[in-house]
Design a protein around this ligand. Structure first.
Ligand SMILES: [Mn+2]
Length: 382
C-alpha cells in the first residue's frame, strides 16, 4: 500500500455576487485562488471537489477563467482533480453539460452517472452528482452500485453532494442510514459547515466553503474556521486535518441595545478603520424605544465609509421571543437569495418573499393584496 494523501474541498460558488457587490464576487475568487495555492503547496496526491464549484450552471466568464487558471496551476504541479456537480452548477435539462467539463484537459475528471468511479493507484474513488429529493431512489441505487464495486478494494472514497437527515433534518435528500457503510472516506459537499464524524468504517466530512455564502454560516465559521481538508488514508481510519484559509474581509455580527447604539457605532468605526479591507457588518439592534430611521442615518453617517455593506435587524422589546426571532430572520437579506435559488425565477421569488414577510407578521390581508397585484402585473394570465 502506497502512502496516499488528498485534499477535499467544496461549495466554492465561483461567480456568486453577494448583495450584488462586485467586491464580494472578487472575494470568492480570491478565496478559491488562496485555497488552490495552499493545496499546491501541500502537494497532495489528488484533489476532490464535491460540487457547487460555480454558483450557477452558466457562470460569468471571470468565474470560468479563475477556475481555469487555478486548475492549470494544479496540473502544472501534477495534481489531478476529481469533481462532481452540485445543485448550483448543473442544469437540470437533458443533454446539458456542467461547466466543469471545460477543464478536462487540465486533469479535472468529472464523476458522472455514466462514469461514476475511477482508480487512483489502488484507491477506489466513486462519485454521484447531486440528486434532488425527488430522485432519491436513483441516488440510493447509484450508491449501492458504487458500494459493491468499492468492496473489492481495501481503500475507497465516495463523493456526495447532498444533505443527510442527521446533518440537516429540515431539508435533506438522503437518510444517513441509507448510505453504504463500507467506504473509507465520505467526501461530502452541499452543507456550508465544517463537519467531521465517524461513519461506517471511516469518516464523513463536510469541509464547508472557504467564503461565507450566507449569514447562516456565521456561527459555524466563527467556531471552526473555514478552508479545505487534508486527508491521510494510510491508517485504519482516515486522518483528517482542516486547513484554514484567511478570509478576504471580516464579517462582523454585533448585537447592540438601541440606547447604547451611538457609542457602539463609534467603537466599531475605530475598529473598522484599522482593517485592511472594509468588512461586512450585520447589526442586530434590540430593546425598543428607538427611532429606526434616525438610527439608520447615524449608521450611514458614521460607518458607510468604513464598511463594504451593512445590514440592520431590529428586535422590539414588546415582541415575544418567538416573534422577535421571526422579525430577525425575515430581515435577513438571505431570504430573497434562498427563494431565488429554490424557485429559479426572480419574479416568483419576489412574490414569495413578500408573502413570507406579510404572513410571518400575521397579515393575511396584506398578503392577499400583494398576490393579487402581482398577478395583475403579470398580465392577468395563469
Ligand atoms: Mn453549496
Amino acid at each position: 500500500m502506497v502512502r496516499v494523501r488528498f485534499a477535499h474541498f467544496s461549495d466554492t460558488h465561483l461567480g456568486f455576487r453577494q448583495y450584488g457587490l462586485y467586491e464580494r464576487e472578487m472575494d470568492f475568487y480570491r478565496a478559491f485562488e488562496k485555497t488552490i495555492a495552499k493545496i499546491a503547496e501541500e502537494r497532495p496526491d489528488f484533489v476532490l471537489h464535491c460540487g457547487d464549484l460555480f454558483d450557477a450552471p452558466k457562470p460569468p466568464p471571470r468565474a470560468l477563467w479563475v477556475a481555469q487558471r487555478s486548475f492549470a496551476k494544479l496540473k502544472e504541479t501534477g495534481i489531478p482533480v476529481s469533481a462532481i456537480t452540485g445543485n448550483h452548477d448543473m442544469l437540470f435539462r437533458r443533454g446539458s453539460m456542467p461547466p466543469q467539463v471545460l477543464y478536462k484537459d487540465m486533469g479535472v475528471r468529472m464523476l458522472t452517472e455514466e462514469e461514476p468511479f475511477l482508480m487512483h493507484k489502488d484507491i477506489f474513488i466513486g462519485g454521484v452528482p447531486y440528486h434532488s429529493k425527488h430522485y432519491s431512489e436513483s441516488l440510493r441505487e447509484s450508491l449501492r452500485v458504487l458500494s459493491s464495486k468499492a468492496s473489492k478494494h481495501a481503500k475507497s472514497i465516495i463523493m456526495i453532494h447532498q444533505a443527510t437527515d442527521r446533518h440537516m433534518p429540515k431539508a435533506f435528500e438522503l437518510e444517513i442510514s441509507e448510505i453504504p457503510k463500507n467506504f473509507s472516506y465520505y467526501a461530502m459537499g452541499h452543507l456550508h459547515a465544517r463537519i467531521t464524524e465517524s461513519f461506517g468504517k471511516g469518516k464523513i466530512v463536510y469541509p464547508g466553503p472557504a467564503e461565507l455564502w450566507s449569514l447562516n454560516e456565521y456561527e459555524d465559521y466563527k467556531r471552526k474556521g473555514r478552508g479545505f481538508t487534508l486527508v491521510d488514508l494510510d491508517g485504519n481510519v482516515p486522518e483528517v486535518q482542516h486547513v484554514n484559509i484567511e478570509p478576504e474581509r471580516e464579517l462582523i455580527r454585533e448585537t447592540v441595545n438601541a440606547g447604547a447604539a451611538e457609542a457602539k457605532i463609534r467603537q466599531l468605526r475605530e475598529e473598522f478603520q484599522k482593517m485592511r479591507k472594509k468588512p461586512l457588518l450585520y447589526l442586530d439592534v434590540k430593546e425598543g424605544g428607538f427611532d429606526k430611521s434616525g438610527l439608520h442615518e447615524l449608521i450611514t453617517a458614521k460607518l458607510s465609509d468604513h464598511v463594504l455593506s451593512f445590514r440592520v435587524s431590529y428586535v422590539t422589546e414588546q415582541d415575544r421571543p418567538d416573534r422577535a426571532r421571526i422579525e430577525r430572520s425575515f430581515d435577513l437579506p438571505q431570504i430573497n437569495e434562498i427563494l431565488k435559488e429554490l424557485l429559479h425565477d426572480e419574479k416568483h421569488a419576489k412574490l414569495a418573499g413578500m408573502l413570507f414577510r406579510s404572513l410571518s407578521a400575521g397579515n393575511e390581508e396584506q398578503a392577499s393584496k400583494e398576490a393579487e397585484s402581482f398577478y395583475k402585473s403579470m398580465g392577468g394570465g395563469t
